[in-house]
Design a protein around this ligand. Structure first.
Ligand code: KIV
Length: 290
């Protein structure tokens, strides 16, 4: 029996049951398989692909084609997780018709189950139209990286009373427009707790403290693969960067010394030479180098 797919209703019922929701990003088939097999209920194909995979200094250059290709790879790798794909910069901000067409492409061509878009009250009418068109939407308020140039940098949002009030209004507008969940990025923990308490939909935090309904992290930050910047809100669970560097250096050295490939990685027309023990290894090596 194939495993039952997590749905937006599953995610909403997790909030009702007080079950915390772990979410991480994935951008390709292997990372999606790892996340799915680890039991992550919801995977984000984030436009952070622009930063951590493509090496851009923001998410702004990411295109619909980039997101569709990434979403399709992630969907192929995940049997159970709900796949949410980010709508890239300028794929939804101009008008609802463009937003519906592009969100439709992420579902039809990318195979995603839901889309995420950034913004509060100003974007709520678009969220409403997408929801009316049957497209599940996740909202995203607080630090909205696609607006980095108008915000003036990657900084904590909602610190002042006025900012906190505006953020609360934005989150409520996103819920009212029909979003099934919302990301709260880089806001004070107290404010995130209050927003989470006021919302009926799950609030998934990143740099928003522990009292959200769930947490989302960028995979490369968690694995030690984010090369240019390690955000303070991220916890590194592995140093895959160090492992990869060491593995590649070992490979290069094995090629240089002739230790790779060995007989077991080679093909012979009449079977491998029969040798035993260390002597056999040495003979094999000198033969290959001769
Ligand atoms: O693109 C992304 O990875 C995101 C998360 C930071 C929430 O939007």
């Amino acid at each position: 029996m194939p495993p039952r797919r997590v749905t937006t209703s599953t995610i909403r019922s997790m909030k009702r049951r007080g079950e915390r929701i772990p979410m991480i990003t994935a951008y390709d088939y292997p990372s999606a398989r790892f996340a799915d097999e680890a039991g992550i209920p919801m995977i984000l194909v984030g436009d952070s692909i622009g930063n951590v995979v493509f090496g851009y200094d923001s998410t702004i250059p990411v295109t619909m084609e980039d997101m569709i290709r990434a979403a399709a790879s992630v969907v192929r790798g995940a049997n159970r997780s709900l796949i949410v794909a980010d709508m890239p910069f300028m794929s939804y901000q101009t008008d609802a018709g463009t937003a519906i067409r592009n969100a439709g492409r992420l579902l039809q061509e990318g195979g995603a189950h839901a889309v995420k878009l950034e913004g509060g009250r100003t974007i709520a009418p678009v969220i409403q139209q997408l929801s009316d068109a049957g497209i599940p939407v996740m909202g995203h308020v607080g630090l909205t990286p696609q607006s980095v140039h108008s915000i003036g940098g990657y900084r904590v949002q909602g610190r002042s009373q006025k900012g906190a009030d505006a953020l609360m209004q934005d989150a409520l507008a996103v819920e009212e427009a029909g979003a099934f969940a919302i990301v709260l990025e880089l806001i004070p923990a107290e404010l995130a707790a209050e927003v989470t308490r006021r919302l009926r939909i799950p609030a998934i935090g990143i740099g928003a403290g522990v009292n959200c309904d769930g947490q989302v992290q960028v995979l490369h930050d968690m694995l030690g693969l984010a090369l240019d910047h390690k955000p303070r809100h991220a916890r590194q669970y592995a140093d895959a960067g160090a492992l990869i560097r060491q593995a590649i250096a070992n490979y290069a050295s094995d090629v240089q010394t002739g230790a790779f490939p060995g007989d077991e990685e080679s093909f012979f027309s009449s079977g491998p030479p029969v040798r035993e023990g260390a002597a056999g290894q040495a003979a094999s090596l000198s033969e290959r180098c001769a």
